[in-house]
Design a protein around this ligand. Sequence first.
Ligand code: PGA
Ligand code: ZN
Length: 394
Amino acid sequence: MIKDIIALPSYNSRGEQTLKVWIMNKSGFYSAYAPSGKSRGKWEAKTLDAKKALKVLPRIKKRLIGLKEKDFEIFDDTLEKLGGKNLGKIGANLSTALSMANIRAASDNKVYKFLNPDARHVPFPLGNVIGGGAHGGFTSIQEFLVFDPKAKDIFQAIETNFKVWNDVRKVLRLKGFTVGRNDEGAWIMRKDDFKTLDFITKIAEKHGAKVGVDIAAGEFYKRGKYIYHSLKKKFNSGEQLEFVKDLIKTYKLAYVEDPFHENDFKSFSELKKKVKCLIVGDDLFATNPERIIKGIDKEAGNGILIKPDQIGLVSRAILTAEIAKRGGFTPVVSHRSGETEDAFISDLAVAIEAPLLKCGISGTERVAKVNRLIEIWNGIKGTKRKPQMAKLKF
Ligand code: PGA
Ligand code: ZN
């Protein structure tokens, strides 16, 4: 039974104030941090300023104290009622942190086992090597990502990503192209989107890694056009479709996220018919069960990003992932650009059997997620089951 709940202001990797909450039961204290996005979608639940959210907790905690932490769905239902429309009254940042801390309390920190006792597949980490867009950089495309589909175990999967990231560092320094690193620890390179893709695909190939992109196209969609500053090009919807289709074919991309803005189900569906690639909706679905149902109906892609804070409750994020899987969509669990050492998403990815965990490569807040995957790998090894890398069906 929940005995007490407290919260304190904390800071994320971008230096923004966020919150950390603790839930107390008879065994001790269990904590969680709220992550924070920058390229936030319109359909995400509402967050509150951290200072305001901290003032909300004393008002609502008497409704949560006394609940059984193991009934995490009832806990989340209570938060949903208190939060009202889009969780606006309590803030999705506060509700996410509370929902995660409660599952930690329910499971005595063995989150993945509690959520899925049969779990034994560990996701491939998908990490951004070079970046742009809202996270900082010269390209309009927000993230140039890699993963190693041939990795036999979690160690190899992590190492490949680091090899690519370090090779990129080396070559950028040698050529004098280094500018810095962005919000997610990805390199910033003074080149346009095509040259960046030429560059990263060569290095990735050398290490047996596949390349993907998060275009985050909604961020540069203005008055009916996709505006690529460094390419000096403006595309309407039809041209954007052709452009993305060509990128997938030319660079043999395995993963494309948000190639269109967050209301364009139709273009997602047309692209999916034309290419063999994982086409993932992030801002399109916002981890929302109703939006993925619409996406399945319209065949708008074949993948969905799962970010618990987009919907503000872990149980709802799990529900969205389950609906997605039943509808033939691949769930990809994801970090946010503003992160902390909290690695809850690693447990969540294992529990829902997501084949990919988008968690960045460098920076302690990113490394925390892959280090947790190693702990989980080892935890599974300690049982009768053998850990395995997830099955990639695309
Ligand atoms: P965000 O970006 O966390 O800044 O929203 C991540 C993404 O777009 O996938
Ligand atoms: Zn995205």
